[in-house]
Design a protein around this ligand. Sequence first.
Ligand code: SAM
Length: 293
Amino acid sequence: MTQNRLSIADPIRTNDILRKYKLRAKKSLGQNFLTNEKVLDAIVDASGLKSDEIAIEIGPGIGALTEKLAQVAEHVYAFEIDDKLIPVLADTLQYYDNIDVINQDILKVDLDEFVKDNNLEGKTIKVVANLPYYITTPIMLNLIESDYPFQTLVLMMQKEVAERITANPGHREYGSLSIAVQTQMNARIDRIVGSKSFIPRPKVDSAVAVLDRLPKEQIDIEDPEFFNKLIRSAFMQKRKSLMNNMLNWLGRTDENREKIKKVFEKCGVAENARGEQVSIAQFKQMAVEFSKN
Ligand code: SAM
């Protein structure tokens, strides 16, 4: 079926497609097309997609990753915001009967409803994407917090964001985003990808991040809303001590200072610690201790 054609990702074919459709990559939509087949194959490998599993892709572009996903998954649902790319994708992906391209803004899609409407409940669904970088964080957090527990997310993103989501306590990059991700997912960087792998080249280095959902019993946060408030407050002013940030949140009274001191003591947090030194387990315990009083 695909034997005599160059892959869409081949730079010669990508440039041919761009020329044929008079396409100019739209910076405003984060359009940087992947033209490195090794990277694409590594992304698909990292997803571990099997023939009875479903792939959701965000931003298929001209279809380079989409066709690779269609070669291994049962079905691919690809959400593309740019109307101009829809006829292009109909052409480049015409040889595949297991792809649906949906012309929608991913941030406006209720993925839980989408899963229900397409009878995908109970299926293993993996999200695989070379993300539009201008909305990496909201897309990623929506996927993580969605009611449907997507098993695995393999996401190409800016290297700097990948470093933040995988950072451990004690590192400069560790903060509220690391915690938002790591409370739900096991996150690792599969590889760093240089700008030469894309047409046009992005200004930043990229990384493929792999996020696997943690088992339910490891996501033991009783009151997620309160936990999120605690984390937001803890990192409100990153350079200040955690004590200071907690006082700003709860109110600067002697009573609160004593209360916070006690909670810190119980959780093994030093009085002068900064948020970036505190582990997720300690934050979880702090949330429990605070809600006791
Ligand atoms: N998957 C292709 C590849 O790897 O070559 C293209 C990736 S490109 C980095 C990002 C894609 O996301 C573009 O096709 C862009 O039009 C699309 N996109 C941007 N914002 C979007 C949104 N809000 N919803 C859906 N797709 C979006």
